[in-house]
Design a protein around this ligand. Sequence first.
Ligand code: AMP
Ligand code: ZN
Length: 432
Amino acid sequence: MFYDDAEKWSRQEIEKAQVQRLRRTLARAAGSRFYGDLFRAKAIDPDTIHTLDDVRRIPFTTKADLRAAYPDGLLAMPVKDMVRMHVSSGTTGAPTVIYHTKNDLSWWASLMARCMYMVGIRPTDVFQNMSGYGLFTGGLGIHYGAERLGCLTIPAGAGNSMRQIKLITDFHVTAVHIIPSYAMHLANVVREMGMDPKDLPIRFALVGAEPYTEESRRRLEALYDMKVYNSYGLSEMNGPGVAFECPEQHGMHLWEDAYIAEIVDPETGDPVPDGELGELVMTTLGREGMPIIRYRTRDLTRFLPGPCPCGRVHRRIDRIAGRCDDMIIIKGVNIYPMQVEAILMAMPEVGQNYLIELDRVGDMDQIKVKVELKDEYFVEDMRALTALQKRITARLRDEILVTPKVELVEAKSLPRAEGKAKRVVDNRGAMS
Ligand code: AMP
Ligand code: ZN
């Protein structure tokens, strides 16, 4: 049932290893330009860190710090010892580069293999990775995990849906990695090819890389008749393999032998009480080439209290509610795209895609939600469509507390990104 020893550690074992590994990490980090300067400036002596709470004496590391240190200011070992680099998919500003040594990659692959084994994937499974390869960590990161586990691993990459489907059927693929927005789209293509997604041999899907709701998970599970497990990670912390759902499908175990996780108030940086929503902050414990300490992920989540019935002690984080920087403020109300998605994906008439558009009309901000309908509901009966539009508007208003303009559109008519979905288009700046 367990892939490795650390997976079944007790709280004491986890904490003991965390302190030891934190001290080793700080000693290594002190050798990098960035942390060397920081420790000197703040008079931090890594030798005086003795407990997990002591980690809070070290300042946060932000995305801006990583950018300022571009490309190699955080390297704790010479570049010649590095064997791979990845780049985070951030859409604005300079990219952030993460380097890995051979040991780093090996550690990462075993964390990823642990995640896959936990949900029941075995060497006898055939695994297809449908996310982009290249600089994005969802490609090689998942790939090496699947190989480490011993699965026949098909590096299908992103896009080319017909070929994806052919590979799945020809090689009897039983486990996949797929981004949620693409999984929704692929189901439509399977249908267009005259098949039912349920007839595909897939039993397990690792789904992550972008936020999605519980409603979307249920929809995908029903569409394909498969189990969907939430997979969370970010390039700065390796990529996938950071936190992963167990068979209980209730929160993601964050691997505490490899990371220290804190959840803080994004405004003040103070820890929030257990169970409350805040920003996830993470420290690498296993990385030698480029350790990162107290990284502000911008991702909002909470620790789920209480033990997990699966027996693993590694703490669980809740599904990511969004990013601090995803929040839409309209008419003074804070809205997260996932609130909109939760309402839409619970309605049977709604298809697989939607888009939120923000506009300024005169002095007023306006939120428009474009909603794809399933083919069978996209009918010519105006009365039925108007009634549906009103129903969607009312449900959204109840959730987000402002009244959106709802536009019903045909299936597959909204733009779809090749990688992570873009859920919000903000035209307000452009118009003023
Ligand atoms: P990147 O480093 O470019 O791979 O992007 C990492 C970011 O993707 C994270 O910080 C999250 O915002 C997002 N992300 C990854 N996995 C998930 C997930 N399972 N649920 C929600 N957001 C995710
Ligand atoms: Zn569990």
